[in-house]
Ligand binder design. Structure first.
Ligand code: HEM
Length: 257
């Protein structure tokens, strides 16, 4: 069977036929990566609403639950969105696996190559492969929880999950991996597809690298602050873990004696 396929591809090569499949797969990998990177860029900013206040984060949660459109919250919308992102995440990972070294020998070759040529962008590819591999596991846990527990999102519910349910080590690793992976990915996409190309390509590459590092550090700073804020809220709320948040202007009036 495998022999047959090999013969066919050799025959196709000899007849001058070139398969477009690798290019199509590459394009699909770039597109799924771009959509995921843009999603993450928006997601981490929405998450950062907790830095402003608990009310702000609650308002963002309600927005995604459709409250401002339907007058009622439907967490199912978040489950649906999480399932769609999960599918995209799996597709992107499947396409990326093609590029991983598939044996120890290939890995050794790549490492010695990387050390010898001292090429910054090859090193960046290596970081992207490592962070991508870690996200197979870290991202899957998070997405599965978002799909199945979408009604447990909010200033207290999220903070309790992060602090009392010990999700913070996973989030800390995930945020470092996803920010590195997405920032490097966007930089490499811009180079690969020739965006911003023009005169003086060396200078442009330098500028792109600078932009990548600025984005990376700004996002790391904001996301670490968000995680820290969730941790403080979770710690302060730990003796009442499980209790839901109520907007300050929706608190029931105190019963007067
Ligand atoms: C539709 C899909 C997603 C939803 C609904 C979602 C929702 C959330 C929510 C509500 C939190 C706050 C913590 C919590 O409640 O547990 C959070 C945190 C986080 N999510 Fe997602 N997420 C999604 C997809 C992703 C993906 C694909 C990634 C990366 C692979 C990701 C990475 C993170 C990180 C790193 C944090 C911690 C952020 C911080 O503390 O600054 N999320 N997400």
């Amino acid at each position: 069977m495998r022999h047959d396929r090999e013969h066919k591809s050799v025959a196709a090569y000899l007849c001058g036929y070139i398969s477009h499949m690798p290019a199509r797969l590459d394009f699909l990998q770039s597109m799924t990566g771009l959509i995921l990177a843009l999603f993450i860029a928006a997601h981490l900013l929405f998450e950062a609403s907790i830095i402003i206040s608990k009310d702000a984060m609650y308002a963002v949660t309600r927005l995604f639950e459709g409250y401002y459109f339907f007058g009622e919250s439907y967490p199912g919308i978040i489950s649906f969105l999480a399932a769609a992102i999960f599918l995209l995440f799996i597709l992107h990972a499947m396409l990326a696996i093609r590029k991983f070294p598939s044996s120890y020998r290939q890995y050794q070759l790549f490492m010695s190559h990387m050390q010898h040529i001292e090429h910054g962008d090859t090193r960046l590819w290596f970081y992207q492969a490592i962070t991508g591999f870690m996200m197979f596991f870290l991202g899957s846990v998070h997405l599965y929880i978002m799909m199945t527990q979408s009604s447990d999102i909010g200033p207290y519910a999220s903070a309790d999950r992060i602090y009392s349910d010990w999700m913070w080590p996973l989030y800390l690793l995930l945020l470092i991996c996803v920010i590195l992976h997405a920032a490097i990915g966007l930089y490499r996409l811009a180079l690969k597809w020739g965006i911003f190309e023009g005169a003086r390509p060396k200078q442009r590459r330098k500028l792109l690298r600078k932009l990548m590092f600025i984005t990376l550090f700004v996002y790391l700073g904001i996301s670490l602050m968000s995680l820290g804020t969730y941790m403080v809220i979770g710690y302060q709320h730990s003796d009442r873990a499980g209790e839901r948040f109520i907007l300050s202007n929706e608190q029931p009036a105190e019963v007067q004696p």
